[in-house]
Design a protein around this ligand. Structure first.
Ligand SMILES: [Zn+2]
Length: 167
């Protein structure tokens, strides 16, 4: 093997590794969000990308959406959209929930709170025939079952961004 071929092989393997990593690690950072805990940036960016895929223009930093991970004392509450004078649209994700939740649960809760904070949506407990929630904007107080999985999240995201248009 010539030196050149050797280098080319190495470079190619590296490229494969990078592509493979990129695929496993769905969330890749390329933006920063002022006033948002860095652990949440990837989810904020994904929220923008999913919106763009559906023709909805979202720039969370432009409108000053902030966010943090902290202890929420209200029992059973894992996320909030908090309105304060200095942080009018602040997403809070519960620390204990964050430590153990699956990627899809984290994404669903953050997107749910951004549904309140950014999209201005309220709750709906509408359900499908099988009892699963029709929307991730469910109240979480029963009525329907969460089913935000890799195979059906597309439907939930379609609903999330387009629901407002029908009103
Ligand atoms: Zn809510």
């Amino acid at each position: 093997m010539t030196n050149f071929n050797f280098i080319r092989t190495i470079a190619f393997s590296l490229l494969i590794t990078l592509v493979a990593c990129g695929k496993n690690n769905e969330i890749q950072l390329s933006k920063e969000y002022q006033g948002v805990e860095p652990e949440l940036w990837g989810y904020f960016e994904k929220f923008e990308k999913e919106a763009a895929d559906r023709g909805v223009d979202v720039d969370l930093s432009l409108v000053g959406i902030t966010g943090s991970i902290e202890t929420i004392h209200a029992h059973g509450t894992v996320g909030l959209c908090n309105h304060r004078l200095d942080q009018p649209n602040h997403v809070i994700i519960d620390k204990t929930f964050w430590a153990t939740a699956s990627e899809n649960s984290k994404e669903m809760i953050i997107f749910h709170e951004l549904g309140h904070c950014f999209l201005g949506r309220g709750h709906t407990d509408a359900k499908k025939n099988d009892g699963t929630c029709a929307s991730i904007m469910r109240s979480g107080k029963g009525g329907c079952v969460d089913f935000y999985t890799n195979s059906n999240k597309e439907n939930y995201l379609d609903e999330l961004y387009t629901e407002n248009e029908s009103h």
